[in-house]
Design a protein around this ligand. Structure first.
Ligand code: ATP
Ligand code: MG
Length: 468
């Protein structure tokens, strides 16, 4: 290796050194922050209590995992007469002409430059998520708040404690118990859909089976079913949840995927697992234990006639796994995610002028990056797929970074094509006429394929708003 090469290698190693992420946020390090961790099972009032502190603050921010939740908190505060703004990747709603003390935000979009009295970080266990974990780490290390309320599962306690210790911050732990009891049934439904009753939420893991189950249950019981699954737009999901919760809507059963695990207010009496396996992009696997617990925990709702929740399975063979999962002790999280900032990637790229492809650049960063034992580098898998699809379109590194970190479902080929169209227009400096890119169908979709098209159109519109 020549001296020049050595120097360049050292400089690359330095630029990809992620061992001290707390130092990325010098302003937060100058504030004496008080950290309160609210932990407990699903439906134990963690978020409720954290929001009570936020509601009485002079200034504050809520950081949530989903657009749906950010909206719900925004609505909740404003309807109580506490002015609150909304900031998500797709949408900004800012109340004009008055002093607005609060902001409800999706965690990736939270403003770390602003000083506030109180911040809430919800669903902290997501800090270990392979793709999105970095956003929780960033909020935890970077929020300039005098008081930070963190809510989540007990599995996150040792990791959050250890991160706080590493930055010399004290942490107070408040433990919660479920507000309603939860019974795991000894009997399955013996495969008989006729046994589905009002207040049941039937859980299955593919869109196809959600709709076929809905039709089968409606035929077998005469009850009408609302649906909720991941690629259903958040507004529709919340409208379906409202139908199910309203005893007079005529929709008495919910057929849903794991999308009910977070963010929806649901009045479920009993969770019925129709399936306990899911295709994860590679193979069919058992649903992980923490997820079974989170979904099951949705049964039973404090202060309603469904105060005691029940959990069962459609098939006897699946009920055994549900029991095992519910009895299993929780496993502590070990590492928090990190993602380099755009500036870091840009400086890194300057040292490698010969590397033209952005995906290769990301790969080199991944190879060289060093992290401390309690952190990991979030994977660049989707970023690399997006980078490859727009590789031939001329753009600067920061522009590429915006595209590759966008909310893009890379398994949807239609949206991947539209990403290229957006990138092309941007690169040519042309305005984007969205009605030329998507056409909203006039008729309600009546089959699986048309429904898939509609979901793609929605994703494209959301990406358009995000890029705007
Ligand atoms: N003290 C209380 N008084 C009235 N309602 C409450 C109280 N505590 C919680 N609730 C209600 O109970 C429900 C569950 O509370 P919350 O959403 O805070 O639970 P959580 O522990 O955050 O659950 P999850 O893990 O699902 O996020 C909510 O509808 C909430 O408004
Ligand atoms: Mg909560």
């Amino acid at each position: 290796m020549s001296d020049g090469d050595k120097q360049r290698f050292n400089s690359l190693k330095q630029l990809s050194d992620l061992r001290f992420p707390a130092e990325w946020h010098p302003a937060a390090r100058t504030i004496q922050r008080k950290i309160i961790l609210h932990v407990g099972p699903t439906n134990s009032g963690k978020t409720y209590n954290a929001l009570k502190c936020l509601g009485s603050a002079n200034s504050g921010v809520y950081c949530g995992p989903l657009r749906l939740l950010a909206h719900e908190i925004f609505d909740r505060f404003n309807s109580k007469g506490i002015p609150c703004n909304l900031v998500t990747g797709e949408e900004r709603r800012e109340l004009k002409g008055i002093n607005v003390p609060l902001t409800s935000s999706t965690i990736e979009m939270v403003n770390l430059q602003k000083q506030v009295d109180v911040a809430v970080i919800d669903e902290i266990q997501m800090i270990s998520d392979q793709q999105r974990g970095w956003a929780w780490t960033q909020a935890l290390l970077g929020l300039q708040a005098k008081e930070i309320h963190i809510c989540g599962e007990p599995s996150a306690v040792p990791l959050v404690k250890s991160i706080c210790q590493s930055i010399n911050e004290d942490i107070e732990i408040r433990e919660y118990k479920r507000l309603s009891s939860l019974e795991i049934s000894q009997k399955s439904l013996d495969g008989d859909l006729k046994k589905i009753k009002k207040g049941d939420c039937v859980v299955t893991f593919s869109r196809k089976s959600i709709f076929s189950l809905k039709h089968e249950i409606e035929a077998a019981t005469g009850l009408r079913c609302a649906v909720a699954y991941g690629s259903l737009p958040p507004e529709t999901r919340s409208q379906q949840a409202k139908l199910f919760n309203d005893p007079n809507s005529g929709f008495d059963v919910l057929v849903a995927s794991d999308a009910i695990g977070m963010g929806l207010n649901l009045n479920i009496k009993r969770i019925v697992f129709e399936s306990i396996k899911k295709y994860d992009g590679i193979g069919v696997r058992y649903i992980p234990i923490p997820q079974i617990k989170q979904i099951a925990g949705r049964a039973g709702r404090f202060g309603t006639e469904n105060a005691v929740g029940e959990v069962t399975a459609l098939e006897t063979s699946d009920l055994k796994y549900v029991h095992q999962a519910m009895d299993a002790p929780h496993k502590n999280l070990e590492m928090a995610g990190l993602q380099p900032t755009m500036e870091m990637v840009e400086l890194f790229a300057h040292q490698l002028p010969d590397v033209k492809e952005f995906a290769v650049l990301l790969e080199k960063f991944e190879d060289l990056a060093r992290v401390d034992g309690q952190y990991f580098l979030c994977n660049f898998h989707t970023q690399k797929l997006i980078a490859n699809s727009i590789e031939l379109i001329p753009m600067t590194i920061p522009e590429r970074f915006i595209f590759v970190t966008g909310p893009i479902n890379t398994s949807d080929q239609r949206i991947m094509k539209n990403v290229q169209k957006f990138a092309m227009l941007h690169s040519q400096g042309k305005p984007c006429n969205i009605s030329r890119i998507v056409t909203i169908p006039e008729k309600v979709p009546h089959n699986d394929e048309l429904l898939g098209d509609l979901e793609s159109i929605h994703r494209t519109l959301m990406l358009y708003l995000w890029l705007r």
